[in-house]
Design a protein around this ligand. Structure first.
Ligand code: PGA
Length: 256
């Protein structure tokens, strides 16, 4: 009964992560199609779009319930960082969300836990809500060290936050071996890690906070597996890459 009450408190989120995909016209067409579709009232739909299209997509979804996220932000406000985009810049165009710590940023752009802590702080300082990604590579999973690995990610990037700031986060558990590979974590693997993450938050803070935090699963979510993943008691929705690039597939996932 208690679990059920908390479960009902947490709104579902279907977040798309377009990564570095789509030309402008295609991006706007996808955003328009989604904005004109009838969306369930109990799901928050967030589109993580390339920075170049943030304002265009914001205009396209204006009047719908769809929200827009950046895929990254810099850890400083302004300065000589050619090619970068900062949290105050995003805030100045009314972006509400930012994905931080995606495994591709960690892998290809050498973003480590300490740097991500700074990015999280900067996003929160400018009133952006971070979707903070964590998750282990395959070799760590095979050794059975995945829970400790994710715990270290949270400890080093998030556990310095106070309760109020932590409450502004959404966490996305994305096992790296499942991202873009077609291999999805089983519903049990996802549920187990989500429950572990909740208990880490309980131990660091308290159960009121851990039961309120939305934890998304990411990694090869598709229309065919979305419902069983989202049915898990500690899975509050998904961060969806490949399948968010097609309106039909993403709508099926939103409706799951
Ligand atoms: P995928 O990507 O759904 O294509 O596996 C998920 C992600 O990287 O957020």
């Amino acid at each position: 009964m208690r679990k059920r009450k908390f479960r009902l408190m947490r709104r579902r989120i279907a977040a798309g992560n377009w990564k570095m995909n789509k030309k402008k016209a295609e991006a706007l067409e996808l955003a328009n199609t989604l904005a004109q579709s009838s969306l369930p009232g109990d799901v928050d739909v967030i589109l993580g779009v390339p920075s170049l299209y943030l304002e265009g997509v914001q205009n396209a979804v204006h009047g719908s319930t769809i929200q827009v996220a950046a895929q990254n932000c810099h850890q400083e406000d302004f300065g000589a960082y050619t090619g970068e985009i900062s949290a105050p810049m995003l805030a100045s165009i009314n972006v509400a969300w930012v994905i931080i710590g995606h495994s591709e940023r960690r892998q290809y752009f050498a973003e480590d836990n300490a740097l991500l802590a700074k990015k999280v702080d900067k996003a929160l300082e400018h009133n952006l809500r971070p979707i903070f990604c964590c998750g282990e590579p395959l070799n760590i999973r095979e050794k059975g060290n995945h829970v400790d690995f994710v715990k270290t990610q949270l400890q080093e990037s998030l556990f310095h936050l106070d309760v109020k700031s932590f409450g502004r986060l959404v966490i996305a558990y994305e096992p790296i071996w499942a991202i873009g590979t077609g291999v999805t974590a089983s519903p049990e693997q996802a549920q187990d890690m989500h429950r572990e993450i909740r208990s880490m938050i309980t131990n660091q803070y308290d159960s009121t906070l851990s039961e309120a935090i939305q934890i998304l699963y990411g990694g090869s979510v598709k229309p065919a597996n979305a419902r069983i993943l989202f049915d898990q008691p500690d899975v509050d929705g998904g961060l969806v890459g490949g399948a968010s690039l097609k309106s039909g597939d993403f709508l099926d996932i939103i409706n799951a």
